[in-house]
Design a protein around this ligand. Structure first.
Ligand code: APR
Length: 340
């Protein structure tokens, strides 16, 4: 199941478990830990934590949620940042993985994480974010769980400067303002209409010829003709077959819910949202032309006046198909996320 980044107060979430950025002694602290203790009921939660007593850095333990809307609290202890040379990354990754394993062992359907270590513990925010995304993303490629990564204030969510700048300069170079785009589209549509008319004429000639026994179609042209009237679902299923990927691999890499994927699979004329169609193009690692073709089957196109489309195109052109990284960037640019 998918990973979604949301901006919220974690104590308000109605999920099976929220994760606390705890300390090893499991004592009430400040930051998100203080907020969780206050919302759960300080005395009851502290008593439950004292019964457990201790949790090593990189590990996680579980208590009830008491007065919280969430049923449980998973207390995960992240590392204090000491410059990066003290296994901080491995320890931070480990506390996410341990917390996720606890969620799995308890048959939870959903869990919400804050950005562990990114506050009082001083882990650089961009690096804390990318460890979180990568640890949760890797886990979700193997397991089904709905995970929320909760960003309390936008300041605590930072993309690496290099990636941010690189996307920004791609946008500066490719972004087209609306009127300019409309004018270009008008011109392009005119030439497309001409091209389409001539294409239809060519196809008609080829089809007529192919009916005569002496004419053999070449492989590629025959493919185009065969796939001309494919619906979105039909094209998707063909691409999945050709890619040798399994269905779970595809919907997990698309950050999609299994149920939604089976709907698409079982309805030949299913009409996906643009977001879903693009997420599937990413999962299948399609190039820009193939992506445009798949989107077109659902009635959509990539537009140079849409930041969302451009950011996704940036990653496709760079051959980077990790949907969690793409979503990290989309969130940083205040755009909606892929999948989920
Ligand atoms: N909901 C979601 N996120 C929150 C909330 C909230 N209500 N309050 C704070 N945060 C965010 C912060 O913006 C930060 O990005 O949680 C992130 C983690 O910050 P801290 O709570 O400071 O956690 P951490 O850096 O892991 O330090 C842990 O702080 O209070 C103590 O007991 C805690 O000793 C432990 C240490």
């Amino acid at each position: 199941m998918p990973l979604v980044i949301i901006r919220d107060d974690i104590t308000r979430l109605q999920v099976d478990a929220i994760v606390n950025a705890a300390n090893s002694r499991l004592k009430q602290g400040g930051g998100v830990c203080g907020a969780i203790f206050r919302a759960a009921g300080e005395d009851k939660l502290q008593a439950a934590c004292d019964t457990i007593g201790f949790c090593s850095t990189g590990d996680a333990v579980i208590t009830e949620g008491f007065s919280l809307p969430a049923r449980y609290i998973i207390h995960a202890v992240g590392p204090v940042w000491q410059g990066g040379g003290h296994h901080e990354e491995a320890l931070l990754r480990s506390c996410y993985t341990k917390a996720l394993q606890l969620a799995l062992e308890n048959d939870f359907q959903s869990a919400a994480f804050p950005l562990i270590s990114s506050g009082v513990y001083g882990y650089p925010k961009d690096q804390a974010l990318s460890v979180a995304m990568s640890a949760i993303g890797d886990f979700l490629l193997q397991h089904d769980l709905m995970v929320y990564l909760v960003v309390y204030d936008k300041k605590s969510f930072q993309l690496s400067t290099q990636l941010f700048e690189s996307i920004q300069s791609y946008l500066d170079e490719h972004e087209v303002i609306e009127e300019d785009y409309d004018r270009r589209r008008l011109l392009k549509n005119r030439s497309l209409e001409d091209a389409a008319a001539s294409f239809d004429y060519d196809i008609q000639c080829v089809e007529e010829k192919s009916q005569s026994s002496s004419f053999q179609l070449t492989g590629e042209l025959s493919d185009v003709l065969n796939h001309r009237s494919e619906s979105f679902s039909q094209m998707l299923l063909r691409l999945i077959n050709e890619s040798n990927k399994t269905d779970p691999e595809v919907y997990k890499r698309a950050n999609l819910d299994r149920k939604l994927f089976s709907k698409i699979r079982s309805h030949a004329h299913y009409q996906p949202s643009k977001n879903t169609a693009l997420a599937l193009a990413i999962a299948l690692e399609l190039n820009l032309d193939q992506t445009a073709d798949l989107l077109q089957r659902a009635g959509f196109a990539l537009s140079p006046s849409s930041r969302f489309d451009l950011i996704v195109s940036y990653f496709i052109q760079a051959g980077q198909y990790n949907i969690f990284e793409i979503n990290e960037a989309l969130f940083a640019f205040d755009e909606s996320l892929l999948g989920a």
